[in-house]
Design a protein around this ligand. Structure first.
Ligand code: HEC
Ligand code: HEC
Length: 305
């Protein structure tokens, strides 16, 4: 959008009417959960049942924590689902799967259609995993659905549960700043995610996931929104020290990591300004000018498209 980078972010309202028929979109924000929402504890791993259903749940869990086994087929980057849904999708305030399961299907005025849980899972494959979603009815999708279902066992259907999504973060005292964010990154994140943000590998697999670049989430993923990343980071990062960053630091570092190139938005058809106008009128840097380059103009291609 060519806005000066240091001014934007916090003030730009996410008001784009996402176009009708725009399928499997994972970048929508979730509705706020009421303060009175009941809590929920998912069943313990030791309660996993035996038999064919138990096997399917186990396979779903395995795909969720090691999604890289689907790389090249359904996954186009270096991430696993668990990287953003911490503790195998159990952790409250980390978009836990038990809180998601009971809230679909749901009508969203933003894209003017009823979204199913399958749509949401496929959206995370398309954007967060920079991939091509497994078809509805495939063994992979059935396994993932089974795992979501099992974690939600005993939860009330259609009732928003405390801990759903990422907790909404206050607006920062001053506008988020990329330069300050870089300092937070260097002091608090590079140790694990690498000096270049490209993650760290052990035995060929990422032990710490990349925050930008070819192997990270793409320009259409929910996490590329500065507000969503700030909320996730404040509640979950640095890993093991949640809520240790100030609100300002969380926004600053979120604006920094989301001002680096990453894989292209899969809805992009060649004209950056068109893609920006159609899908990016929210708090993000897509299409912004940084160091003489438009962000998105050097995005990495999707290897599965
Ligand atoms: C102690 C190591 C550690 C530190 C420090 C740390 N992270 Fe992480 N981070 C992780 C791990 C491990 C994951 C994946 C979690 C999982 O799979 O359970 C992760 C996941 C993430 C993700 C989602 C996945 C991705 O690659 O995009 C983001 C975003 C993130 N971290 C940002 C940050 C930021 C920003 C900081 C600094 C404020 C930070 N992290 C500090 C270890 C760390
Ligand atoms: C790069 C981070 C990231 C990765 C990797 C990721 N997701 Fe997500 N996921 C998100 C974000 C962001 C949201 C929206 C949460 C919000 O807006 O509060 C989300 C939402 C969801 C939801 C809906 C949650 C709800 O309460 O409605 C489900 C279900 C889901 N993801 C499943 C998956 C699955 C399955 C995978 C792996 C195939 C996956 N995610 C990989 C970031 C990620």
């Amino acid at each position: 959008m060519n806005r000066p980078l240091h001014l934007i972010a916090a003030l730009v309202l996410c008001s784009t009417a996402l176009q009708a028929g725009q399928a499997d979109d994972d970048q929508e924000e979730l509705p706020d959960t009421p303060n009175s929402a009941p809590g929920f504890t998912p069943p313990a791993e030791s309660e996993l049942p035996d038999g064919p259903f138990g096997e399917m749940v186990r396979y779903g869990r395995d795909l969720f924590v090691n999604t890289q086994q689907l790389r090249g087929r359904f996954v186009g980057n270096g991430l696993n689902c668990v990287n953003c849904h911490i503790d195998a999708g159990r952790r409250a305030d980390s978009a836990p799967l038990w809180a998601a399961y009971t809230m679909y299907p749901a009508y969203r005025s933003k894209n003017d259609r009823v979204n199913t849980l399958t749509d949401r899972i496929q959206g995370c494959f398309r954007y967060s995993m920079n991939g091509a979603p497994p078809p509805s009815g495939s063994r992979e999708l059935s396994a993932l659905l089974s795992y979501h279902y099992w974690l939600a066992r005993g939860a009330p259907v259609g009732v928003a549960l405390a801990g759903r999504g990422y907790p909404k973060l206050d607006t920062p005292p001053s506008a988020p700043d990329i330069g300050r964010g870089r300092q937070v990154f260097e002091a608090q994140c590079a140790f694990c995610h690498g000096d270049d943000g490209q993650g760290r590998k052990a035995e060929g697999a990422y032990a710490f996931p990349p925050l930008w670049g070819r192997d990270s989430y793409n320009w259409g993923a929910g996490m590329h929104r500065i507000n969503t990343a700030a909320a996730f980071i404040h509640a979950n990062m640095p890993l093991g020290r949640p809520e240790s960053l100030s609100v300002q630091q969380a926004w600053d570092v979120a604006t920094f990591i989301n001002s680096r190139e990453r894989p292209q938005d899969p809805r992009h058809e060649g004209d950056l300004q068109e893609t920006d106008a159609a899908y990016h009128a929210h708090q993000c840097h897509y299409g912004d000018e940084l160091d003489g380059q438009l962000l998105g103009s050097r995005a990495h291609p999707n290897p599965l498209q």
